[in-house]
Ligand binder design. Sequence first.
Ligand code: EPU
Length: 420
Amino acid sequence: MEKLVIEGGARLSGAVQISGAKNAALPILAATLLTEEKCVITNVPVLRDVQTMIKILRSLGVRVQMQDSRITVCPAEYEGHTAPYRLVSTMRASICVLGPLLAKQAFARVSLPGGCVIGPRPIDLHLKGLSGLGARIKVEHGYIVASGKKLRGGRIYLGGPFGSSVLATANVMMAATLTPGMTIIENAACEPEIVDLADFLVKMGARIRGQETPAIEIEGVKELHGAEHRIINDRIEAGTYILACAITAGEITVKGACIAHLGALIDKLRDAGVVIRNSGDTILVKAGRKLRPVDITTLPFPGFPTDLQAQTMALMCTADGISIITEKIYPERFMHISELNRMGARIMKEGASAIIKGAPELSGALVMASDLRASAGLVLAGLAASGKTDISRIYHLDRGYRQMEEKLSRLGAKIWREKE
Ligand code: EPU
């Protein structure tokens, strides 16, 4: 196992290039199962989760080649229909092969994902949506078994207690592309990754309207063909570097970031006193030593992203006053609080909210990463803390951040990887 070691205190400066978006790449790779022709996907981040998706495609009989950030997928005559527990249990996003397999093969067996440290993550909306298209769905021996030779488009409402669902929208949209008739997904997710997936599906010959809105219309076609697509850049990675700059009172440029994907974060950071300017896809960030506290509520896009909650909490630990962060997507996504408190933060959890009293200083400590974004929050805290921070279990970070320590080192951070 490896750990990250950070010697805190360096102000970040320079430029960082953002990589392709993991959460766009995963459903887009799954969508290649809808055709038999070759697809070429570029700007794919080389990450553990992407490798897991490639393993799933290969286990289904699909030929996949990866050359740096370019993936060629040849699904010609693949026959598999099972996504096994050993792969699904390491990555919940594996669920997004369910819709494509059902639509293309009329049969899919996908392992139930199991527990998740960020709280309960049910899949009822995925199943409701696919049942709404006429699929027969059973859960047996730990697997979702979906079948249906005669699917039919319809009006499907996909809202749950926490609003829309990103991957349920992806699953139903993918299945609906090959389902006869018109499907309308109501309360659909509007995340940029859903729009990117829809753009790829349209390149494959799908008929989709209203992506970017909560009512996506899909008119089923007989077949989809191969296509080439460049994945959008990762808004969560961009947001993480913007926050890393702010927590070190640095000045950096973030290249390859789409400002329209980062509205909620930028608005809050400006309220906190961070200077943010953009020109095209480059964002300049400049922050002073003491920021103002801000209150944040995570919500589906275009609201504040839950995937930046832990990193923003780390920043608020160093602000001048009290801030409140409320989780409206994953009310239990607060595993990082106790680790941040070990570094001198003063955070209290109250239901689905965290009350953060800005501390005069964070101090380096041994801490443990619990999930991907919590790990990023601890890295940010380590950059600002006095002394040395050791973060163990950083395999979580490798699931979602491409070369994080290299990118941060180039910005002047003192950060390196060691064997534990
Ligand atoms: N939900 C249900 N029923 C369902 C599905 C979801 O109640 O059938 C609930 C969830 O429990 C949650 C809310 O709906 O409260 C939203 O979850 P969503 O389904 O949108 O999450 P997801 O699609 O499984 C994706 C990202 C997550 C990100 C969430 C929210 C991918 C691969 N994953 O997950 O990313 O947090 O959307 O934006 O796209 C990460 O990258 O670290 C990560 C966890």
